[in-house]
Structure formats: C-alpha cells, structure tokens
Design a protein around this ligand. Structure first.
Ligand code: CS2
Length: 454
C-alpha cells in the first residue's frame, strides 16, 4: 500500500479530507500558468467547488514555467494535493483542517515542452487560461506572454473557438495590462481574430498563502495519514472578484463563492492598497526590526495603530471603495488576518520584488493630502534595500532590479527622476530622506513605538 497521496490512497483518507469531485472525471477546460502555492490554494479550490456544484469539463492542466519541483511531486500523486487551512480555530485530523483538491488533471513544464503547451492552447476543449505568474512576468520579453502568443496563433489556425485569458496577479487593471501586452505582441494577421475571439477580464484574488514548509507537510501527513509533498498552507479567508467578460463559457465560480462584477477596479484598488501595501509595510519594517513573520511584525508596539491610521487616512483618501464597503472596516479585517500566527508568513517572502510591487501598492498614496506614512513605507523599503536589519543581520534583496537598486542607494537615485521608484514631488523625497535618517538612528521598532503615540 502506498504511503503517499494518490488516487489509490483516497479511500483511506478521513471523509472530510477527500476531494469534492471524482479526480479524473472531468476533461481539461482550463490551462493555468504558474504552478505556485497560490494557485493551488485559490483558483483550484474555487474551480473544484464549481465543478462539484454544477459539473462541466473544467479540470485544470497547470503549466509550470521552469521549475520541476512541484511538478514532479504532483505527477507522483496523480495531481492531487491538499490545502491545510491554518488559524481561526481550525481543528486537526477529521475536523476539516486539511482537504485534498481534485481540480488538477495534468501538468506541463513549459521550458521543456513548449510545443505541448501551444498544442493545448489550440484545443477546442480549453476555453479559459488563468495566470498567476507574478508582477514581473508582464513583459514582452518574458516567457509566458511569448508562449501565450504562440498558443493563440495556433488556436486561430486551428479555428478552435474563443478563449478567455483571466489574469489572477496582483496588478491594477490586470486584465487590461495583459490585453495591452498581448496586443503589442501579436502578429498583424492575428489582430482581427484576437479582437473577436479573446477577452482578458480583470480579477481581484485574495488569500494569504505562505510558502510551503516542512511543517506544512507534517501537518498534511498528520491529517491525511499519507504523505503529500505538494501540500499548501493557507488562511481561512478567500475571495475572488471577477470581471464578467468571458469569451465563451466558464465554470460556476459564482456558485463557489466568487463574485462576478461589471467593474473590478474598486476591488483591485482597495485590495492592493489596504491589504498588499500594508503587507509590504509590515514586511520591511518587520524585517528591519528582526521579526521573522508578518504576525510577529504586527506585534511590534505601535505597528497596528500606525497601519490602522495609514489605512484610515492616506489609503482612504486615495480611492472610492466598492459600493457598501467601508475602507476602515476592510482595513480592520486585514489586520486581523495578518495577526494569524499559525500562518508563519515570512516577512522576507512578502518583501521580495519590492520594485515590482510598490508602484501599485504604495505609490498611489503619494497623491494623498499629507502622505507622511506613505513616505515612511518607501523609506523602510530603501533601508531594507541597504541590506541589513537594525541589529546588523544581513537582509537579502530579492528583486529583478536588485543590481540597479544597489548601485546607488541614495534617496535621489532611488526616488528621483529616472529612479526605480520615481517620486515626483521633491518635498516627498525630502520626507523619505528624513524617515531614512530616523530609521537609521532609532531603528524600526523604536520609531514605530514613538510615531504611534498620540
Ligand atoms: C503578499 C501577497 O507576497 C506578497 O507580496 O502581499 O502575496 C498577499 O499575501 C496576497 O496578495 C493575499 O491575497
């Protein structure tokens, strides 16, 4: 008897841990790019629930851009994996903390087998492409957009029908961003077909999914009774707001709890600024103060008060929330979610790719009447980029523009015209510089405590 999760071992799992659908019972209708933990804990879960509710051939074939690790684990497990939900009083074992998801049908490694990916995109059974490829992949010279264009060309030639490209990355107007990128890349002879047959709806995705650790795998094994090397951990909260603009049909994601909306923009702005921006703030300030996790960073005296104030003032001034949603109430819920100690979400994970994230998460608040705390967050990033915590411990700068950033770390070089994060107003640059001096003199922990005192 196999000791690992696969189809043969499903019957031995505790009943609440079993998939909602019979694995292998549906054909592939979705090709997903980016086989990271986030997809498995988010879109795969929604898609499985949609199929359990309304059926349909919406199984997912996932494309890993270049890394074999997860792919090998999934292949050895008949593409089954589990989600371990952490925090909010989740019970272990039969209590439903860990559940196997049956939405994945197959996987491909793009770097090794691009032709198979192109062929799949030209399959009439595939009607949706979803993407979680991170902010930095939305460039004409990146691998996934190039593969998408090749796939679309093959699809047009095969007359395989309309297709929806649904991005799930944390970018504002992410659908338009993808559409603009592809429009600039497709050959002229494809333009009419593209305009008629392809839509790129925007979507706002939200679930905190830390990187899988040895502890995640231990929890999965304890709950399932078999080993699952592709398990992911996630918070209980999960949200998906999707622009209702599909080129063909779609899974019953609404029956699975997703919200289909005419306009996703207010949701995207709220989430990027009141959640992701605050996340980045905690990541940099926490890392400087020597805190390991986001939840630890939030226990720094003054951190909660300061971030609450930031959301209520600078963030709230920058946007119009979705109808019926209060920015401060949303911000409160975000802080409660960040306080989930069981997640162990590392500051350094959130801190990566700052040059790609801060423009949509933090920079828009520079337009607030008095963007003091926005300047503090940018200063914290700059000090983080200098490469050492307040106690001297080295901090890694994991960022595609790391070399440019490190080449000249002065405030003028980073934030001046032509810098990696241009801040147009010289008064704001001065404020960033003042905060950098204060951070260097007092350290992040002491600064937060003082600043939060009324
Ligand atoms: C985080 C996000 O790593 C990061 O930058 O801010 O991944 C965050 O956890 C998710 O967007 C939550 O939905």
């Amino acid at each position: 008897m196999s000791d690992r999760l696969d189809r043969a071992s499903l019957a031995r799992l505790p009943a609440p841990a079993r998939p909602l659908i019979e694995p292998g019972s549906a054909r592939t209708g979705i090709v997903h790019f980016g086989l990271g933990a986030f997809h498995r804990a988010h879109q795969a879960v929604f898609t499985e629930a949609a199929m359990a509710h309304s059926g349909g051939d919406w199984a997912v074939t996932a494309v890993a851009p270049s890394s074999r690790t997860v792919l090998d684990a999934l292949r050895a497990q008949d593409h089954l994996f589990s989600v371990v939900t952490l925090g909010a009083g989740q019970q272990s074992g039969g209590g439903g903390r860990t559940r196997v998801v049956g939405a994945l049908a197959d996987s491909l490694l793009a770097a090794e087998d691009p032709d198979a990916v192109v062929a799949l995109l030209a399959d009439p059974g595939v009607r949706i492409v979803t993407l979680t490829v991170t902010e930095k992949a939305y460039r004409a010279d990146a691998a996934v957009p190039r593969l998408l264009v090749a796939g679309l060309a093959a699809r047009a030639r095969a007359d395989a029908g309309p297709i929806t490209l649904l991005t799930c990355d944390n970018l504002p107007s992410n659908g338009q961003t993808l559409d603009r990128l592809l429009t600039g890349m497709i050959p002229d002879e494809l333009r009419d077909w593209y305009a008629e047959s392809v839509t790129c709806p925007s979507s706002m995705v939200d679930r905190i999914v830390p990187a899988t650790t040895a502890q995640t795998l231990d929890l999965a094994r304890a709950d399932l009774g078999v080993s699952d090397l592709a398990a992911v951990a996630a918070e209980p909260f999960s949200q998906w707001v999707i622009e209702d603009r599909f080129a063909a049909d779609r899974p019953a994601w609404d029956a699975a709890g997703a919200v289909l909306a005419d306009d996703v923009t207010p949701w995207e702005h709220l989430k990027l600024r009141a959640l992701n921006g605050v996340h980045s703030a905690l990541a940099y300030l926490g890392a400087l103060a020597g805190r390991e996790s986001i939840a630890d960073a939030l226990t720094l005296p003054g951190a909660t008060e300061l971030l609450r104030h930031y959301v209520a003032t600078e963030v709230a001034a920058s946007l119009t929330p979705p109808p019926g949603v209060s920015v401060t109430a949303y911000g409160e819920q975000v802080l409660e979610r960040f306080a989930n100690h069981e997640l162990g979400h590392r500051c350094l994970q959130v801190a990566m790719d700052g040059t790609q994230k801060l423009p949509q998460r933090v920079m828009p608040m520079l337009a607030a009447p008095d963007p003091r705390l926005t300047c503090l967050i940018l200063a914290a990033w700059a000090r983080f980029a200098e490469g050492a915590a307040d106690d001297g411990t080295p901090l890694p700068l994991n960022d595609p523009l790391a070399a440019t950033v490190r080449a000249d770390l002065t405030t003028e070089a980073l934030f001046g015209p032509g810098g990696v994060l241009p801040v147009p107003d010289p008064a704001h640059r001065k404020q960033i510089d003042t905060w950098r001096t204060a951070l260097a003199r007092h350290g992040a922990a002491a600064l937060l405590a003082v600043e939060a005192t009324p």
